[in-house]
Every structure is written in C-alpha cells, then in structure tokens.
Write a protein that binds this ligand. Sequence first.
Ligand code: S3P
Length: 453
Amino acid sequence: MRLPGDKSMAHRALLFAALAKSPSRVARLPDGDDVACTIACLRALGTRIDVDGDTATVTPAPWSDPAAPLSCGNSGTLARLLIGALAGEAIDAELVGDASLSARPMRRVADPLRALFGVDVVELAAGSTLPARVHGSIAFAATEIRASSPGAAPSSDAPVRVETGVASAQVKQACVLAARAFGGDVDVVEPVPTRDHGERMLTAFGAPIATSAAPGGGRVVHVGAPFEWPGFDVDLPADPSSVALVAAYAIIAERRARFVDVLANPFRTAFVDVLRAAGVDIALASSSAKTHAGEPIADLALAAPSPLVRGIDVAAQRVPALIDDIPALAAVAVASPFESVFRGVGELRFKESDRVARLVDLARAFGADADVVDDTLRIRGRAARELRAVDRAVDRAVVRVRTDGDHRIAMAATALARAIGVAIELDVPGCERTSFPAFATFLARLDDEAAPH
Ligand code: S3P
C-alpha cells in the first residue's frame, strides 16, 4: 500500500515553494487539516496556490501583512516555521492556534530569534504561547542596523551565528528561514542533530545550504548567500509516521504488510530499527522509486505475521529520531507480554498533548501496566489475546481513552483496540483528520488482504 505524503516535508515544500523565485509543483500532499492550514496561511499572505486532487501548483508573490490572524490550527510545525519565515520576510502578523497548540511552548522559537536579531521580534501571550505577534519589520530593521554599524558586527566576513538551544527541527527550520532577513550567511547551530528535511530539500532545490558537525555532537547548518532558490517539482514520499501507526496495527493483529515509496530519512525510520531489535521481522528494502528532493525512499515490509519476541528498548539518544513514533511503538508494547522501556521521552510532554501522560493512561485503559519515572516510560504489556480476555473479564464493553485531541494518541489507541477486537471510545472523535484522515481505511485494507477469499 502507498500511504499519503509526508507531513513534515509537505509543510516545508509549500513554504519553500511560496518563497521560491518561480512556480513549483508539489504532488502527493497529505490531506490532513495541518497541511490545509499551511495552504490557507500562505494564501492569506499573498501566495497563489491551486490545488488539484493531491497536487498543488504554487505561484510565489511578494507577501504582505495579512488582514486577519493566521490560523495554524493544531500544527506546531506550521506555527514555528511560519514565525521564522515571517521574520525573514519583514512581515508583521498575528498567529493563533487551537486549544492544544495554544498551550504549547513558543519561547523555544522566540528566544533564538531574539538572539539572532538582537531585538524581540516575537511577542507571545503570557510570555510563552500563542497568540504570537511577529514583527518581521523589526527583524529587518535590526539586520540593517547591524550591517551599517561596523562596531556591532563581530567581524566583517564571519557569518551571523545562532544556537537553537533545544533539540527541535522546527526551531532549526524557523531560524534557517529567518536567515532570509540577512540575505543568508547565517550559521544555525543545533545541540543534537534533528530531522534534516529542510537542509536536504533546500540543497536539492539549489539553495546554498551546507551542514557540518558542531563540537559536542551538535550540528551546524550553514546558510549561504544569496539565500534563494528557483521553483521545483516534488512528489512527496509516504509519511513514515503514518506508516508506523499502520505497521503497529499489522504487528498486533498479526498481518503481513508492504508499504511502498516510504520516506526513508534515518531521522524518521528509527522505529524500524527499534522494532527489529525487539525481534519483529520488519525491513526497509530498496524501492523502485528514486530519491525525491534529496531524500532516500524505500519500501517497508512485514514479510510474515511477526510479534515482538522481547520488550522494546529505546535509548534516550534515539528519541529525536523517534519523536513522533513512540505512540505507535507504545501500542505494540501494550499488546506484548514483556516490559518495554522508553528512556528520555521528556520532549513528548510538549507535543499535541502531554504524550507521556496520555500513553500511561492508554496502556492502563487497555489493562496493561505503565508508569513514568523522571523521563523514562515503562510499559508492562500482555499478549493481545490476554488483553482481550482481561477486557472481557472486567466486562469492559468499551475501552475509553483520553487523547486530549492528539491525533497520534488517537490512532495508536484505535489500532490497538481494533487489533485486539475491543470497542473504543475516544474523548475527541475524528482527530486523525489532523494528519491522516484515511487511517481506518488502511487498517481495513490490511484486514481484507488477510481474509480468506
Ligand atoms: C517536526 C519536528 C518535530 C516533530 C513534528 C514535526 C518538523 O517536532 O515532532 O511532528 O516537521 O520539523 P520538534 O522539532 O519540535 O521536535
């Protein structure tokens, strides 16, 4: 099966297309609400976007200050990337989000932008959240002041340097986009390497980006000058984080599955390594597809029904490459008779919900045992058939799961419930629409393929 295009790449492709020198085509866009919000925000800024099925033709036009607040919906990626892009384009705008996004930390992007420009370019509600007012005009004025006062410049040919301070690809990408205010020639330093779609895509599209190791294990993204690129044509590969959720279902329900043209960026496929280490017969294989936008692509196969043979064990340093896929792994852990350990998962508290708390609830709701001590989540699961028996024994007609509207928690719980054959009730129905509206259809396809014909 071919799942919808990657959401992280989709946000970036649309933004990069809006800022390109000529029109672009972006195909196989995922149809979730997050990406729809990106399209709506870019249109509100003046970009022309014509959508035909899952393909967008993007015609850049100079941005102007939007008349109304830009709505980022549930998407932290959109909010943070857009803050950086607005600062880089001298645009003043207000950004708002839904209840979940309005509770998420935005200082992590406002602080490095303040360091980059030397002034506050982002004003946050209660000091740390959306609504945010971005003063791109102040950012631009700051770059002019810096350029015209030689005393203030560290040295005439040294690039401006900014540290993101946090392991966040969103913050890194925001800083890279904000470098447009300087025309480029900025070094963005991250403390540990995070997903590098922006670096790969911009390089493939012809922008002057280079990366190198930073002391202490971090990484520097060198943004060259002039920081511009022509229009491009991209087919987005399938989203590995959507694949992880469908694969979790296949593992628990003991189905075979084959996913084609999956984005195989190593910052996104660590869940495959983790599952293999726990004994699952799952593997990436070369695909007929090539690379797209500098990204590797592969097929992913679960050749035979293949449960875990030992617990899942996640080391803290792997978490940045698993950041969106721990709910899927946790669902598999709940339905296996081992203890699984996820270390260093603190950042999960700042996602679409407090995912650490929600995963503990989820495991317990299904009759497994879970706890969290410091940043280590432990799940002591039971085999799928036993979980089903536990639910029947306590006469639990329906398993109720609190998601706080988090799409990945909802999909992990839905996959688990369907695989073990129990009914489920979510506090917020329908939130898979955020990233993967057709999720249930793909689970049903796996069942159809497994049914005797
Ligand atoms: C994303 C980066 C990650 C990830 C999010 C998408 C991106 O967030 O959780 O779903 O597209 O850059 P952080 O960078 O904040 O960890």
